[in-house]
Ligand binder design. Structure first.
Ligand code: PMP
Length: 434
């Protein structure tokens, strides 16, 4: 099917006032001209990298296909000079090209079809800039509930009216979204954006089905909003059924594309400290994000991008996918250990659905008849017993009480899982007073 991107004018009403006020950097905007053959550039205040003391960086990495093999990658010469120098706002061309190739391979989206990418300091960085580029103070925003606690403060600081969309074991509820939209008061400005984490949601661990995703995309068209697809757990999917397509992939089924801003992260699969994430989406929104970057930090560090690219390029896409499969298999076995612990200790004290992606368990404490809040059980009883988890309230967009708890199982061995859940069991029994 021929892909038809939405026209640039479509995005004007979606840009925040601050995004409309931003002007392209007078210097950075001219960077691309520097590569014109024969041109002598007197443009940028770039330091001369021959004065920098680093001469080479040696990386050693485990081979994704044979973990007993260690590969050495040397970054020096031109590659290192690029990593030590200022670079383009959207990211180093080599890493951006690698991302285009990945998005085509994984999501079937081809470069040059009205979208592009920008590299961020982790996905958090580009999510924040996207929010600031779209949302005005006081706007209504559609947010799945519960939602990633790291995104809520962005909206709260803008005094947004957070409209909660329910979620269940099949991810975001398109039915709840439909109800919200169909009962929207005519006097109130319609929401421009929906925020969702479609795989292994933080905090619920749930993965949205393909059917739900299609319904959400259909609603996005009929009610004219954009989808912020925050997907750091995509590559951690370990469910038994075939993996559902991303929103970014699914929107190709619609007459025109361009409602999805997709956020990927290398934090869970390469390194969280390297701080590399990327956003893929319509050109006008990416331009707004880049203009934010240009004033906030000029760019994501060149050196981390260089190191990331050197590693990924030495692997190739197939080895990258092999690596992500072994990472997801690792978390699947952690999930299995945690599930066994939950069955052993909390079978009658909590309700839950085992996650199919990511690193979180989200479970409801079965407390006494008048107890509907996990807050004091977790912050007092559990802590006294020597176990720390997160009370579910921190994930509620509009606050309130909940008997849910988030537990992260990424770091624990079998022994610690057993101890932690035994302690939690004792804490719940204490709180119930039975
Ligand atoms: N979104 C979600 C749902 C997350 O769980 C996280 C990490 N906790 C992020 C975004 C930020 O990830 P990154 O390290 O790529 O900034």
């Amino acid at each position: 099917m021929e892909i038809k991107p939405l026209p640039a004018e479509f995005y004007s009403p979606f840009l925040s006032d601050i995004a409309k006020e931003r002007k392209p950097s007078p210097i950075r905007g001219l960077y691309p001209l520097e590569s014109r053959p024969g041109l002598i550039s007197l443009l940028a205040g770039k330091p001369n990298s021959s004065t920098f003391p680093l001469t080479s960086i040696q990386l050693k990495s485990r081979s994704p296909t044979d973990p007993s093999q260690e590969t050495t990658i040397e970054v020096s010469g031109k590659g290192l000079a690029e990593g030590l120098q200022y670079g383009p706002t959207a990211g180093l061309p080599s890493l951006c090209e690698w991302v285009y190739g990945l998005q085509e391979k994984v999501h079937g989206r081809q470069k040059g079809e009205g979208w592009r990418v920008s590299i961020g300091s982790g996905s958090q960085d580009v999510i924040y800039k996207a929010v600031m580029s779209i949302v005005n103070p006081g706007d209504s925003v559609l947010v799945e509930s519960p939602a990633y606690a790291g995104v809520l403060p962005m909206f709260q600081a803008l005094h947004c009216d957070l409209i909660e969309v329910e979620t269940d074991a099949h991810g975001i509820s398109s039915e709840s979204l439909r109800k919200v939209l169909e009962s929207w008061p005519s006097s109130k400005q319609k929401p421009k954006v929906l925020y969702t984490v479609p795989y292994g949601c933080n905090p619920t661990g749930m993965t949205a089905t393909a059917e739900r995703r299609r319904e959400v995309l259909t609603l996005a068209r009929s009610h004219n909003f954009l989808i912020l697809e925050d997907d750091p757990y995509y590559y951690l999917y370990y469910g038994d059924s075939p993996r559902p397509p991303s929103y970014f992939a699914l929107e190709r089924e619609y007459p025109e594309v361009g409602r999805v801003l997709r956020f990927d992260s290398l934090s869970k699969i390469l390194s969280s400290g390297i701080r590399i994430g990327f956003v893929s989406g319509p050109e006008p929104l990416l331009t707004a994000i880049d203009m934010h970057t240009a004033v906030a930090s000029l760019q994501t560090p060149s050196l981390t991008q260089t190191i990331t690219f050197a590693l990924l390029d030495s692997w190739g896409y197939d080895a990258f996918i092999t690596h992500t499969e072994s990472v997801s298999a690792f978390y699947r076995s952690k999930r299995d250990v945690f599930e066994a612990g939950m069955q052993k200790h909390l079978a009658t004290l909590a309700d839950w659905t085992p996650p199919e992606s990511g690193m979180f368990y989200w479970f409801k404490l079965l407390l006494g008849p008048d107890q509907d809040d996990s807050e004091s059980v977790i912050r007092t009883n559990a802590l006294e017993k020597g176990v720390l988890a997160l009370p579910g309230t921190v994930f509620l967009p509009r606050g309130g009480k909940t008997a849910y708890v988030r537990a992260s199982f990424s770091l624990l061995d079998e022994d610690d899982v057993d101890k932690a859940l035994k302690r939690l069991k004792e804490a719940i029994i204490d709180a119930r007073g039975d």
